[in-house]
Design a protein around this ligand. Structure first.
Ligand code: GRF
Length: 212
């Protein structure tokens, strides 16, 4: 059983998609052991509570400096000892020591087709604003492993979503969630829980027998 910790900051719709997929059997061999938020008002914590999943707050605001936070955060994760850490809209940079300790066991969902519209400053609505400003016809979402860089780790899966005339950043954000994020992230967790992924030379492949 893959023990999963989900890190969140806000609405928690991706967390909800994971919970729903677990309850529907679309993710097997996995369980959520904790939901950790940097923001105590996050709706994601209510969602965790509704499903009897332990929720906790880990915020840089509650520590004297970033180094103290990084140490405590890493220690907390070591104590929880998850097999997989899922960043589902988590807005705090993962401490380098945590990335090292959980190397190959942290994944993130990003609401664009990496390497477009990603990296420092590209979070929330900004990603969709920039995509619309550039006039792209296709955007989407990406699930990737987390390394020391920002949105730079090996790509696990991507799903395209078309932009439409009249899109606002809010409309596009919602479509990317519905058509890509809420499908892709549970699938990636199911693939990891069922050992369907191979990491080779920094690239991720799905095991051959699982391809349809
Ligand atoms: C999602 O768009 C995710 O891709 C990004 O942050 C947003 C989180 O939304 N990293 P939610 O909290 O899951 O509703």
């Amino acid at each position: 059983m893959l023990r999963v910790a989900v890190l969140v900051s806000g609405g928690g719709t991706n967390l909800q998609a994971i919970i729903d997929a677990l309850e529907a059997g679309r993710i097997t061999n996995a369980e959520i052991i904790a939901v950790i938020s940097n923001n105590e008002g996050a709706k994601a914590l209510t969602r965790a509570n509704n499903h009897h999943i332990p929720g906790m707050v880990m915020s840089p605001k509650n520590f004297k400096d970033r180094e103290a936070f990084n140490e405590a955060f890493t220690a907390k994760m070591e104590e929880l000892a998850p097999d997989l850490i899922v960043l589902a809209g988590f807005l705090v940079k993962i401490p380098e020591q945590m990335v090292k300790k959980f190397s190959g066991r942290i994944i993130n969902i990003h609401p664009s087709l990496i390497p477009s519209f990603c990296g420092v400053g590209f979070y929330g609505l900004k990603v969709h604003e920039e995509a619309l400003k550039r006039g792209v016809k296709v955007t989407g979402a990406t699930v990737h492993f987390v390394n020391e860089g920002m949105d730079e780790g090996p790509i696990i899966a991507q799903k395209p979503v078309f932009t439409e005339k009249g899109d606002t950043p809010e409309i596009l954000q919602r479509r990317v969630m519905e058509q890509a994020e809420w499908i892709l992230l549970p699938q990636a967790i199911d693939d990891i829980a069922n050992d369907r992924l191979i990491l080779e030379d920094g690239h991720v492949y799905k095991k051959q027998e699982e391809l349809s």
